[in-house]
Ligand binder design. Structure first.
Ligand code: ATP
Ligand code: CA
Ligand code: CA
Length: 417
């Protein structure tokens, strides 16, 4: 039976605590395998009477485990991990080394004195539903999916995707990362949920790269990440930004979790590849890659409607589960600046598609409408502003160049919303 466990820690070395708990959970799993969500940082729940020193942010995650026993046996096993790790029961909302809650157990419904499954407060907690969305967006909790339950809440928990350009000619930071020492430093310092590795620039006028050369640029980054996170259960998801099925296939072999394809599966080999694997796929709307100046959605059309219709057609064509598809409306690709702005303003209309939504607005030229700075690398402040608006609306994934800045701004947003 597939079960989901919520992990939380806000005391001591929080990351190490989640890691040890996950190792113990992996031992419990019948398959000795554990799927985990990325780690979210969330404000502590603070009742009015709580002393201010309890206000330590939590690290939260979710894990999926294959369990062969009963729900009560799993619950006992979780309590044993908690006490083995030194959890002492004090006041209800006090900081804790580790909290393991049994969220879901197959389709079981249990109401007992000491155990309720699904977890009774699951539906009102973004810090639980966020990680569940990451692991299993289509997971049914009675009648609704984790994704749709999360969308109803006021608190938002976006994933931050940090861009790593392995190109000599990227539009905003080209060439900066050709030095292996700088690349290592950059990959290790990224405190992001997803690392998006790209080896081909899609800026207007960039030269195209063949799959061989693309893989030659990507491979060292995979090696660095593999060394750095060796043996760890929690590590950033790896996304590969490519239009070539040959590159995607190699990346999947090397452990890539997502394929981020700006062409919307224009390579005919991409579809059979996706059908044969379990990786997730970022489907981006565009009219052409690289974008051609002046070639946009007709200005008398509703761009959000066009993207919705297009994505429904593409899902049919791909023939893979909607759960595995993340829709990117393709800000700046085949849109006028005004259309890009309209899409961002009305982004919540895309939520009706029951798919995770990714927005990639960072440093893009539509921001010239209000930004004075001519250079893309100078548009981070404007980009952070857009990110915060998108996070507040409930966009699932934000792809940005300077994640540290965006994450700091988001922390402030999450503490006051
Ligand atoms: P919350 O349950 O609101 O997240 P908490 O995790 O801080 O609160 P604990 O002190 O860890 O609270 O546990 C409170 C009680 O919840 C435990 O005594 C446990 O028996 C009960 N409980 C009921 N259902 C569950 C469940 N599905 N998972 C974990 N604990 C549960
Ligand atoms: Ca709890
Ligand atoms: Ca608990």
């Amino acid at each position: 039976m597939k079960c989901y466990v919520g992990l939380g820690s806000n005391l001591g070395d929080r990351r190490a605590n989640l890691e040890s708990a996950a190792r113990a959970l992996r031992e419990l799993s019948a398959s000795k395998q554990l799927r985990v969500s990325p780690i979210h940082t969330t404000p502590a729940l603070m009742p009015e009477i709580a002393p201010p020193e309890w206000n330590i942010p939590y690290l939260n995650a979710a894990a999926e485990i294959n369990w062969n026993g009963t729900a009560n046996e799993l619950f006992q096993a979780l309590q044993k991990i908690e006490s083995d790790m030194g959890r002492v029961r004090t006041a209800r909302w006090a900081p804790r080394v580790i909290d393991l809650d049994l969220l879901i157990c197959g389709d079981m419904q249990i109401v007992q004195a000491d155990l309720t499954v699904p977890h009774p407060r699951l539906r009102e907690r973004a810090f639980v539903l966020g990680p569940l969305r990451d692991l299993a967006p289509g997971l049914k909790i009675q009648t609704q999916t984790s994704l749709s339950l999360l969308r109803r809440l006021k608190e938002k928990t976006p994933l931050w995707m940090g861009i790593v350009n392995l190109t000599p000619d990227s539009f905003s930071d080209g060439g900066e990362l050709n030095d292996p020492t700088a690349l290592t430093k950059r990959l290790q310092s990224q405190d992001v949920h997803v690392i998006d590795l790209g080896a081909e620039s899609t800026r207007p006028g960039a030269s195209t790269v063949q799959p061989e050369e693309e893989w030659r640029r990507l491979r060292p980054a995979f090696e660095i990440l593999k060394d750095h996170f060796n043996g760890k259960i929690f590590k950033p998801l790896i996304s590969v930004d490519t239009r070539y099925a040959a590159t995607a296939a190699r990346a999947i072999e090397f452990g890539a979790n997502w394929i981020n394809d700006v062409s919307g599966a224009a390579d005919p080999e991409m579809i059979p590849l996706l059908r044969s694997c379990t990786c997730e796929y970022v489907l981006m709307h565009s009219l052409s890659v690289p974008p051609i100046a002046g070639h946009t959605i007709p200005t008398d059309k509703d761009p959000v409607y066009e993207i919705k219709e297009w994505s429904l057609r593409q899902i049919e064509r791909l023939g893979i589960e909607t759960d595995r598809v993340i829709l990117d409306p393709g800000i700046g690709f085949g849109k006028t600046a005004q259309q890009s702005i309209t899409i961002l303003k009305e982004i919540d209309r895309l939520f009706e598609l029951s798919m995770r939504i990714l927005v990639a607005h960072s440093r893009k030229s539509f921001q010239r409408v209000w930004a004075e700075e001519p250079a893309a690398a100078e548009r981070d402040i404007e980009s952070v502003g857009v990110s915060i608006a998108m996070a507040a609306k409930g966009v699932d994934i934000l792809r940005v160049h300077n994640p540290e800045m965006h994450i700091r701004a988001y922390r402030a947003l999450s503490e006051v919303s």
